[in-house]
Each structure stands twice: as C-alpha cells, then as structure tokens.
Design a protein around this ligand. Structure first.
Ligand code: NAP
Length: 342
C-alpha cells in the first residue's frame, strides 16, 4: 500500500486530495495544527468511513523537529506540501507571519524529505500569484515571475527551493503552478465563497447587500476537484517537473456575481463606477451588491490567464468543470447548507 503525507490536509485542496488518494487505496497521513476547539477544518466534511482512515499527526510545519519526526516515522512514498497561509489579502496585513509560515515551513518540509525520505516524490503548491503584475498573457511555465504580494513572494521562495533541491540533490520534487481553484469547501474569506454564501443567504430572505472589492479583477477560476487530479498525476510521472494547471478562461468577479445571482433567479443592474458602483435587483430596486475599498488589494493583480498545454501534453490533464458549473456547485451547496442549519 502506497503512503502519502499531506500538509494542509484541513484546507480546501486537502479535502479533495484526501478523497482522491483514499479512493486509490493509499494510506493517507495528514498534518493538523492543534487548536483549542479541536476543529479539523474540511476533514470534518469527509464521510465517517473516509475520516477514520486518515492518520493524523498534530503539529505545525514551522516546527522543524516535528516535521522531521513525522517524515521519519511515516516514510511516505509521496508528500503533498499544501500547508500555507494562503490568503493574499491577509499577507499584506501580516507579511512577517506569512514569510515565516510559508518560507520556513516549506524549508522544513523540503529538508525533512531530503534527509529522511529522499526517495519520496514531493509536490509543492506554488501559485499563479507568482506572475503578479505580468502583462504577458496567457502565462505558462516559461513566463517570468513578477510577484506583487507577500504571499506571492513567500511562494516564490518555495518554488525556487523546490526546483533547486530537485536539481542539486536529484530529488523528485515538483512545483504545481496552480491558477485559482474554488469549490464548495473554499474558505469563506475568498471572494468566490463570499459571493456564493452571500447569494445563498439572499435567496432565503437575507437583505444583503453583498459587499465586495474590485469587480473588474480577472481570474482564471477552476474547480479544486479537477486540480487535485493534476497534482496526483505530477507525482506519477517518470521525471519530476513543474506544471501550470489552469482553465485557460478568464472571468471577472463581476461575471461570477452575475452568474451566482442568475442561479437564484435574480438579474443585476449596475449603476455608478469604481468604489461608488452598486448592483440593484431590477424588480425590487434593492441594492444587492456594493463595493468597498477595504476589500481592494494594496496592489491589484488582475490579469491571470493560464496556459496548461504542458500539463495537457505530458500529464494528459484537462480541467473538466466549466465556469458556470463551478458557480452552480458553490451556490447550490451553500443554499443546501443554509437549509439544513435552519
Ligand atoms: P487553504 O484552504 O487555505 O488551506 C491551507 C492549509 O494549510 C490548512 O490546512 C491550514 O491549516 C494549513 N496550514 C497553514 N499553515 C500551517 C502550519 N504552519 N502548519 C500546519 N498547517 C498549516 O488552502 P488551499 O486552497 O487548500 O490551497 C492549498 C495550497 O495551494 C496552499 O499552499 C495555497 O497557497 C496553494 N494554492 C491554492 C490555490 C487556490 O486557488 N486554492 C491556488 C494556487 C496555490 P489550518 O486549517 O489550521 O489553518
């Protein structure tokens, strides 16, 4: 039985990856940070049979001794290093924490695998945010990086460490340069989930409005369930390499909002511009969307569009879920969660 170790197992991708690896018969080990409520994040959404199969190790990736011990004890065949402070907005507020967590945490994980499980294959969760302010479109594995947030800079350190360890020590270390991927278990602070939750609430009587940042920000949004297939596939190759995973489609936050309201039978009429823009329900004239500058990033990165042709050619990977279906999955799931809780 193959063994996989997942850092960041309580996050969005950890959820889908755990399901995938369990379905393939892996022994799955996951690292969880202890908290006072003993909450286990998205792991709590797995079905009980899946959950009891996961072997949990309580600790933090910034604790080097802990990571070394876990890697030594578990001797994994595959390591999926997903743990990170992953919210760009928060990284501007707390850059020191973001650097420490994402850079030192990653260094600990990579060093532990290098020293204690050098034959293991490792996936590092890099990101399209590495491209930041680029004007080149679409972005692929050869596009120069222009990170423009503390989050992206911390991930750039992880990206280069992964790549240089691969080359210097002949390790099977891969970077997944993943464009945004969302889902019904996306954290509530991320704009897509904020929209799906807000629209779901308004569909059952909440008056709103939905308060958002830059409506014109363009993203390449895919479905997390599709993207973990690509991560897995990277570690099944003969040769370690870096891959972009994306959908190759760009949509604005505005389009996400419009699509989400359509699912609950509402159209939007936009009025005004910039931070004074509002969205009204044309039937009731109620304001259902407002813009607030506190939700803008200090430097916007708004031109993400991925070219996943290398992943298609080598991994035979393609995104399966279309933008509209993704929005539908998220909104319908939030409506059903609300109905269950009332
Ligand atoms: P997420 O939902 O924010 O999950 C992050 C996970 O990392 C959580 O399980 C979190 O644990 C854990 N973590 C953070 N710091 C830790 C520490 N010091 N020790 C142990 N665990 C720690 O992120 P995601 O969306 O699943 O993304 C997975 C990875 O891919 C992240 O590295 C992210 O930056 C990267 N990525 C994501 C996207 C995307 O669109 N989703 C795109 C590109 C790259 P807690 O539950 O305790 O907070």
């Amino acid at each position: 039985m193959k063994k996989a170790l997942i850092t960041g197992i309580t996050g969005q991708d950890g959820y889908f990856l755990s399901k995938l690896l369990l379905s393939k018969g892996y022994e799955v080990h996951g690292i969880i940070r202890r908290n006072s409520s003993m909450h286990q994040g998205t792991l709590e959404k797995l079905n009980p049979e899946e959950r009891q199969l996961i072997k949990i190790h309580y600790g933090d990736i910034t604790d080097n001794n802990f990571i070394v011990n876990v890697v030594e004890k578990t001797r994994p065949d595959e390591v999926y290093h997903l743990a990170a402070q992953s919210f760009v907005g928060y990284s501007f507020e707390n850059p020191t924490f973001t650097y420490h967590n994402n850079i030192m945490g990653t260094l600990n994980v990579l060093n532990a695998v290098k020293e204690k499980a050098k034959d293991a294959k490792l996936y590092f969760a890099a990101t399209s945010e590495l491209f930041g302010r680029t004007t080149i479109k679409p972005q692929n594995e050869e596009t120069p990086f222009m990170p423009n947030s503390p989050y992206a800079i911390s991930k750039l350190a992880g990206y280069w460490t992964t790549k240089s360890y691969r080359e210097a020590y002949n390790l099977f270390f891969c970077n997944g340069i993943l464009f945004n991927h969302e889902s019904e278990v996306r954290g509530p602070e991320f704009v897509t989930r904020k929209i799906s939750m807000g629209v779901a609430k308004m569909s059952i009587g909440d008056t709103g409005p939905l308060i958002l940042g830059n409506l014109n920000s363009r993203k390449d949004w895919g479905y997390a369930k599709d993207f973990v297939d690509g991560m897995y596939s990277m570690l099944q190759q003969e040769k370690a390499d870096d891959f972009v995973l994306a959908t190759g489609e760009q949509h604005t936050v505005r389009e996400f909002v419009e699509e989400a309201f359509k699912i609950v039978g509402k159209n939007i009429e936009w009025e005004g511009e910039g931070i004074n823009e509002i969205g009204r329900d044309p039937n009731t004239h109620d304001v259902i969307v407002k813009v607030d500058k506190t939700f803008f990033r200090p430097i916007e990165a708004e031109n993400f569009l991925g070219d996943y042709s290398k992943a298609k050619k080598i991994l035979n990977w393609e995104p399966k879920t279309k933008f509209r279906d993704l929005v539908k999955i998220m909104v319908e799931n939030d409506i059903s969660l609300l109905k269950k809780s009332t």
